[in-house]
Design a protein around this ligand. Structure first.
Ligand SMILES: Nc1ncnc2c1ncn2[C@@H]1O[C@H](COP(=O)(O)OP(=O)(O)OP(=O)(O)O)[C@@H](O)[C@H]1O
Ligand SMILES: [Mg+2]
Length: 251
């Protein structure tokens, strides 16, 4: 039985482009003919809304019999399903605060679903808490979006330590899937400085594709669509398609 690639999209920095990258890659990979599940692990539920869906009332993995809902939600995109984010504070608290039953339930479900999809994308919250740790422990690769702005590298060493810790645990399969430079603004000198610094530091794991700062991307998330559907000819859409190609090439 073949097992799909599980990509945790992580960076504890807020607004780094995690959800945007997870959503647009999910759409791009589904359009490239792959079966994709996007799992929204962030209580902010941005990825869920960016796909035009509403957060669930209870987390499907924790819901009791009475309020059980279909676990996975189909999307407007063929071959793309969504595990929606959840608005129950109680459930998020249980998932995020070391309730080992529920965190291992996430890991178990990810590995079961890995046999049903070619790609599982896990959109992590902007923290190094249990949800991100669980995502890393469940993933085969970590994909880190880094925005080309001040302090882009600040705090990244904590995430890298966490990744290394997970890699060292027996039975774990986590690898560095890659780093993607986001919010690249060619009119700003700083952008190029950050890009150079990131490439010098991380080397080959940085994707060649950079995601430009593009109003079409922000507009699309506001409208609950991917930029690939909203503005297929935009620079942002083209960049996300190129990024998908690079991810497929790195198989
Ligand atoms: N390349 C881009 N060009 C323009 N706007 C962007 C770009 N990438 C992301 N944005 C916008 O910036 C905001 C934050 O992006 P996003 O939600 O993807 O970041 P995040 O890392 O998931 O944030 P959080 O840490 O809060 O989960 C969103 O409104 C999104 O539409
Ligand atoms: Mg997000």
């Amino acid at each position: 039985m073949s097992v799909g690639r599980v990509l945790a999209v992580a960076n504890q920095k807020g607004g780094a482009g995690k959800s945007t990258t997870a959503v647009n890659m999910a759409v791009g990979l589904a359009r490239a003919g792959r079966g994709v599940l996007l799992w929204d692990l962030d209580p902010q539920c941005c990825a869920t809304r960016a796909l035009g869906r509403e957060p669930a009332d209870r987390h499907p993995l924790l819901a009791t019999e009475g309020d059980r809902r279909p676990e996975l939600v189909p999307t407007a995109i063929e071959r793309l399903d969504l595990m929606p984010g959840c608005r129950s504070f109680q459930d998020i608290y249980r998932l995020a605060n070391g309730d080992t039953d529920s965190t291992s339930a996430v890991q178990r479900r990810v590995s079961e679903l890995g046999t049903e999809y070619d790609f599982l994308l896990l959109d992590c919250p902007p923290s190094l808490g249990t949800l991100t740790q669980t995502a890393l422990a469940s993933a085969s690769e970590v994909l880190m979006p880094i925005p080309c702005e001040y302090f882009a590298m600040e705090g990244l060493t904590d995430l890298i330590h966490m990744i290394r810790d997970v890699m060292r645990q027996p039975g774990r399969q986590l690898e560095f899937g890659g780093i993607v430079l986001t919010r690249y603004d060619c009119n700003m000198e700083l952008t190029e400085e950050v890009a150079t610094e990131v490439r010098d530091f991380f080397g080959d794991i940085v994707f060649d594709t950079v995601i430009p700062q593009d109003a079409a991307i922000a507009e699309a998330s506001r409208l609950g669509r991917s930029v690939l559907e909203h503005a297929p000819r935009s620079r942002g859409a083209r960049a996300y398609i190129e990024l998908c190609m690079e991810v497929l090439d790195r198989d």
